[in-house]
Design a protein around this ligand. Structure first.
Ligand code: LMR
Length: 396
């Protein structure tokens, strides 16, 4: 049965973890996967999460099956966070939200639903994009192409190229957009640029699928999520996948969501019924714990404030590490101006290093980033930054 099965390549991101774990180098640093570590190199367990879990343990609850679309209090908290509790779109019942297995799960539910809805649609992702976007939509049965996004020569968004590619897209094309903290480049559209993209999406009849995995890691929770409101205000039907992996440091709980904005309440009910079929036929219904924790935090004013504070601290520390990286590289003798690192936002820096340099970093120094030159600056700390800077300087 399996004699013709080919060995698949390692995952370009999570595969690095396997390699990192097997590396005996005591100085090794993992800047591969997008995970935030604190200044001691530890994965944080947020205080707000601990408080919610403590309260849950004091009143232990049995674990029945959840509804197919997840915990209602969770779904409502997601809607409030992503669209605003008082927003017209939420108040008028035009958002269908399902709890998902992480942001990836949200993307996959949306992809499978879209494939049923419009099997011949094309998908466009940014060039470059998160590696899994292409894999995920390809595996859902779509032809996946790209729209121009990053201009390596000017280290900025190739905005004219992006607009031209969107204008040239066939109506019905699904366009995967990064709501904030573009992965992997760290370069986002400005609010003014979004104002230009949205009419093109609308005029061309494209289907916007916004991936928002890093809300709160750019400029702030509200600022990072603002683009969603712009799409809604334009009267578009949109897909939004969201994740609490990073913003709650709940990576392993796989807690995310898919929200779909439909045209009226009745249409929303039909969309939701279809999303539930996708969930039911994939994994039946979501797990309980992560969603319960997030709902408990978001629905309690004190815990919510604590979360915002803790998320803000992560954001500020990442920004400080960006500056230290720029300074450290200069001190280590790098001639090239690396100040672009502080212009990028979110967890990643697209360093501009070549594949060969990234391989050398890994093999000679135990410093792991992706082959595309992406490094997770959220994993830098005051102890490893010196070594990372020296290592980068050596391969440059
Ligand atoms: C990343 O890009 O490193 C993260 O989104 C983690 C993942 O699932 O790839």
């Amino acid at each position: 049965l399996f004699s013709a099965v080919e060995m698949a390549p390692r995952d370009p991101i999570l595969g690095l973890n396997e390699q990192f774990n097997a590396d005996p180098n005591p100085k090794k640093v993992n800047l591969g996967v997008g995970v935030y570590f604190d200044d001691n190199g530890k994965l944080p367990l947020l205080q707000c999460v601990q408080a919610a879990e403590k309260a849950m343990m004091e009143k232990p609850a049995a674990r029945g099956y959840l509804p197919i679309d997840g915990i209602a209090a969770y779904d409502n908290a997601v809607k409030a966070l992503v669209f605003g509790a008082d927003s017209n779109v939420v108040q008028s019942g035009r958002v269908a939200t399902v709890q998902a297995i992480g942001g990836t799960g949200g993307l996959k539910i949306g992809a499978d639903f879209l494939k049923k809805l419009n099997p011949s649609a094309k998908v466009l992702i940014s060039d470059p994009s998160w590696e899994n976007h292409r894999a995920l939509f390809t595996n859902a049965g779509f032809d996946v192409g790209t729209y121009a996004y990053y201009d390596a020569a000017t280290r900025s968004v190739d905005f004219d190229g992006m607009l031209a590619d969107l204008r040239a897209a066939t109506p019905g094309t699904i366009v995967v957009l990064h709501a904030c903290c573009h992965n992997p480049t760290g370069y986002d559209l400005t609010p003014e640029q979004w104002e230009q993209v949205i009419p093109v999406v609308k005029e061309r009849g494209l289907v916007p699928f916004l991936d928002m995995a890093y809300q709160g890691f750019g400029h702030g929770i509200r600022e990072d999520g603002a683009v969603i409101g712009k799409f809604v205000a334009a009267g578009l039907n949109i897909f939004v996948s969201t994740s609490f992996s990073k913003s709650f440091s709940l990576y392993g709980e796989r807690v995310g969501a898919l929200s779909v904005v439909a045209s009226d309440k009745e249409e929303t009910a039909r969309v939701l019924s279809q999303l539930k079929i996708v969930v039911r036929t994939n994994y039946s219904n979501p797990p309980t714990h992560g969603g319960a924790v997030v709902a408990a935090v978001l629905n309690d004013p004190e815990l919510r404030a604590l979360w915002e504070k803790e998320l803000g601290e992560m954001r500020v520390r990442i920004k400080a590490m960006r500056q230290q990286l720029v300074d450290g590289l200069k001190a280590a003798g790098v001639q090239q101006d690396m100040s672009f690192i502080t212009e990028q936002i979110g967890m990643f820096s697209y360093s501009g290093l070549s594949r060969d340099q990234m391989v050398r970093l890994r093999e000679e120094f135990g410093v792991y980033g992706t082959d595309t030159g992406r490094m997770c600056v959220a994993a830098l700390n005051s102890k490893n930054i010196g070594y990372v800077c020296e290592s980068i300087a050596r391969v440059m």
